[in-house]
Design a protein around this ligand. Structure first.
Ligand SMILES: O=P(O)(O)OC[C@H]1O[C@H](O)[C@H](O)[C@@H](O)[C@@H]1O
Length: 613
């Protein structure tokens, strides 16, 4: 004990207090712990309204670099307009919530106000409480993290108030990644107030700077569509109370403490440990490797200082690591061509062994080898499949619907696995992999062309950083076993993947106000378009409908294929075409155009342009 520093003693005391926190269920618990913690910790900056860069603030505030600091949640005091329940429900975007959080963009009015956010957070508390039967809200703790968006701080404060209003213990992580937030529901570490009962990530992934949104997690994973609907319904009711000047609730919220914890250090140290373990417990298995990271000014900058450098990698030439919610360099999105060009250039300019790029909240990623060859979309899936099939021969790889025929051949013929092409949407893909396992079909990888990927070994958490850890393991272990350095080991793994000469995605918009919809939904209209296409294809001997298909209409012909489907969220029918030549791709596009041209609410101009009519 004598060897323990003051800080460690303090952390232990805090941990003990939090342990008591968990055990106490009386109404005095919060009061007791608030007092105890105040005695233990240095007084840190009063009210919750920090502005600006939260990582920097967190670093500056937390001299310990670890552990917990405190602040109080201040309530907002602006006039509150009425928001109908239907408008709350419109904030649902699949299994996420998304809205406009920054005013000033023409035609995009504010939908995610502070009060709406507060109500949503309180709605989540209600949902969580209902799940954890016989538990008082005071026994629940919820972590909050955010990406680099300019509205992050404002929404974090509002989420904190909403949770505090519901009596839940609030723990702020500041700048964080989405996968880290899920991880905080699993980590067993009282020193960092883990595990939490629920977690909220404030992010809108790669969307423009004025948007923001929420993802929610429990230890069972990300919440699904019905849960989000439930939360929004609860939020609409709670909102009414807040709007009717629920000053008592606001006062309660204002007086409650929230904690700040540097959880990203815990999460990153797990990634470091995973690479060290895979390399045979070598402290610096990446020594001598030059790896550049492009975080696109999102939340992924931590990967350089907290993962790659402790593992011994050289990281000079890494770019856009500083959080900047205006995304001044490129959209943080591995599906974006400009973003991929930026990381490719960084790799070539720095003669690096490998390039890594993340999306804003680090649940998606892609890589680039030393020759500038991109590992994204089908090629990233092929690479990850090769790695996973080495570890689990014969396993099923679940992917989204827009994956190529060449990928199926590669997984099944070259790697000896099974390709289960399912629907678009990372949650759909993950849930399908979990379902397959539950009915006795072994699946270890669920991955989308978007760069979302989840592994069974990593709790089915879709984690862009963990995908990259699997590549790092490969680099490190190849060198240990004398196979030489550099990214050639990765490049060799996708050898034999057939890639189409032409691959395009055209997004055909449905005009929701068009009289052709006759007041019906765009989904019904889209379904009618798909039915018409299906009927036309059946009459055409040159075209063959895919025998097994889970989404839209997928058809082979002219040596290639197309898939027309409804977008997961938008009034859009995305059309993917892959073919051995532009001429063949145009033939496929022509067939689609002929089948759907009577649907006047469907904007086929992109298709018309492509076929050159
Ligand atoms: O259906 P789309 O409009 O192409 O969008 C589909 C995509 O939506 C979101 O971005 C999800 O995070 C992705 O998992 C999904 O693939």
């Amino acid at each position: 004990m004598a060897a323990l520093s003051g800080k460690v003693v303090q952390h232990n005391l805090v941990a003990k207090c939090c342990q008591q926190d968990r055990e106490l269920s009386t109404k005095y618990r919060l009061y007791y712990c608030t007092l105890s913690r105040r005695n233990l910790l240095p007084p840190v900056g009063g009210k919750l309204a920090w502005n600006g860069n939260s990582t920097m603030q967190l670093d500056a505030l937390s001299k310990f670099k670890r552990g917990i600091v405190y602040c109080n949640a201040a309530s907002s005091s602006t006039a509150i307009p009425t928001v109908e329940k239907s408008n709350f429900l419109k904030l649902q975007n699949g299994s996420d919530i998304r809205g406009v959080a920054v005013d000033g963009v023409e035609g995009e009015p504010l939908t995610l106000t502070e009060t709406v956010t507060e109500a949503i957070a309180a709605g989540f508390s209600g949902w969580l409480l209902a799940k954890k039967k016989n538990v008082s809200s005071k026994c629940l703790r919820v972590s909050i993290g955010h990406d680099s968006r300019i509205s992050a701080q404002k929404l974090q404060d509002a989420v904190s108030r909403g949770l505090a209003r519901a009596g839940v213990e609030v723990i702020q992580y500041g700048l964080a990644s989405t996968p880290a937030m899920f991880n905080s529901t699993l980590t067993e570490n009282e020193e960092f107030s883990c595990p939490v009962d629920g977690s909220i990530m404030i992010t809108a992934s790669h969307l423009p700077y004025n948007r923001n949104g929420f993802k929610f997690f429990t230890s069972a994973g990300g919440l699904g569509k019905p849960d989000i609907k439930d939360i929004l319904e609860r939020a609409a009711d709670i909102y009414k109370n807040i709007a009717n000047d629920d000053s008592k609730g606001a006062e309660t919220a204002a007086s409650l403490d929230v904690k700040r914890v540097d959880y990203m250090s815990v999460y990153a140290s797990n990634l470091v440990a995973a690479v060290r373990k895979a390399a045979g417990n070598i402290e610096k298995p990446l020594e001598g490797f030059h790896i550049v990271v492009d975080a696109g000014n999102g939340a992924g900058g931590f990967f350089v200082g907290k993962v790659l450098e402790p593992l011994g990698a050289i990281t000079s030439g890494s770019q856009f690591l500083e959080p900047d919610g205006l995304f001044p360099n490129h959209i943080p999105n591995p599906e974006d061509k400009t973003a991929m060009k930026a990381i490719t250039k960084a790799v070539l300019d720095n003669r690096a062994d490998l390039g890594i790029i993340f999306d804003t909240d680090v649940d998606r990623s892609a890589a680039v080898d030393s020759s500038g060859r991109e590992f994204n979309r089908n090629r990233l899936i092929a690479l990850m499949s090769a790695i996973i099939l080495e570890e689990h021969p014969g396993t099923t790889i679940v992917t989204d619907s827009v994956t190529s025929d060449g990928l199926t051949t590669f997984i099944e013929k070259k790697l000896g696995g099974k390709h289960h092409r399912f629907k678009r949407g990372y949650k759909n893909v993950i849930d399908e992999a979990i379902r397959l396992n539950s009915v006795g079909e072994e699946a270890h990888l669920a991955i989308e062309t978007s760069g979302h990927g989840a592994l069974k070994e990593n709790h089915w958490l879709d984690d862009g950083a963990y995908l990259m850890v699997k590549l790092l393991n490969k680099l490190a272990s190849a060198r240990t076993s004398g196979l030489g350095g550099g990214s050639k080991v990765l490049t060799d793994m996708v050898e034999g993947l057939e890639e189409p000469a032409v691959a395009v995605e055209l997004r055909l918009k449905i005009d929701q106000n068009h009289p052709d919809l006759q007041g019906g939904s765009f989904r019904d209209y889209g379904e009618a378009v798909l039915k018409q296409l299906e009927n036309t294809v059946e009459l055409d001997a040159k075209l063959l409908k895919a025998p097994v298909n889970y989404e839209g209409v997928r058809v082979s012909g002219y040596g290639g294929w197309f898939l027309l489907r409804l977008s997961l969220h938008d009034p859009v029918l995305p059309l993917n075409i892959e073919a051995p030549s532009k001429e063949d791709a145009v033939k496929l596009a022509h067939d689609v155009l002929n089948a759907v041209k009577e649907f006047t609410a469907l904007d086929t101009s992109a298709l018309t342009k492509f076929v050159g009519v």
